[in-house]
Design a protein around this ligand. Sequence first.
Ligand code: HEC
Length: 280
Amino acid sequence: MLRKVTLFAVALALVAGPALASGKVREPHPVAFSFEGPFGRFDQAQLQRGYKVYREVCASCHSMNLVAFRNLGDKGGPFFDPKYPNPNDNPVVKALAADSQIRDIDGETGDAIQRPGIPADNFPAPFPNDPASRASNGGVLPPDLSMMAKAREGGPEYIASLLTGFVTPPAGLTVGPGQHYNPWFPGDVSSAWSGDHAHVPEGGFIAMAPPLAPDKVEFDDGTKSTVRQQAQDVAAFLMWTAEPKMEERKQMGFSVLIFLVLFSGLLYASYRRVWRNESH
Ligand code: HEC
């Protein structure tokens, strides 16, 4: 019996240990994103605004290595235009690609060159390699954002909360150089807390300075450019890059469901027919 209790205690400690050891983190703000629910779809205007926020703000630190310019013109994407089923022909996509300089090699001389992008290029990374990226960011690597909305618990709501969550640290909390207090960022601030140990503040220290500010990005559709708007739009854009086929997946799920219902009906009808003249 005692052994069982000890084993149980050890198992409990193993399961609960990490959760208890790390600090508390604040729940993301609920956001009514258009893409939620079984019939949710991306809001194209929001994706366009989100792309602009990424390009003009986040892209100076964060790469998105898995996304190519042509993806922007794919069906369901921010700049999809039914007139151009092939996104490589889409003039908006071409212009957006040409806005970026791409590192390349001169085909004849072998020299490293920069050239304007084409739709087939992937988004260029802001730094040539990870050490350069760390060196420019106080030793901390800004993670690639391509799959970020799927990589973090809370997904786009977490991202939107994090971006709007740079609050003044409570008195008694010492924030180190290059660090910023954010109650939504998972971490443990207890060692920097001089206050009551039963009330350690939620969240953690993040090596990213608040990237957004009111009117930092001018939206082409006239939407008011608040920090919250920018944060939600870029979060929606990151959800789309992480799962560009979400709409298709949801539609497919629904079709499969209808098929299953019809198929069950058919099976039942044929069962009745096959056994019609048999006594059970
Ligand atoms: C000046 C550089 C810089 C800019 C601009 C910037 N970031 Fe960051 N970001 C960082 C760094 C550095 C980290 C890593 C922080 C850490 O782990 O402490 C980071 C981390 C993140 C994380 C990961 C948080 C986690 O849970 O690990 C997300 C999400 C993020 N940034 C989103 C954005 C978005 C969206 C934008 C644009 C609105 C943006 N960042 C702009 C430097 C930047």
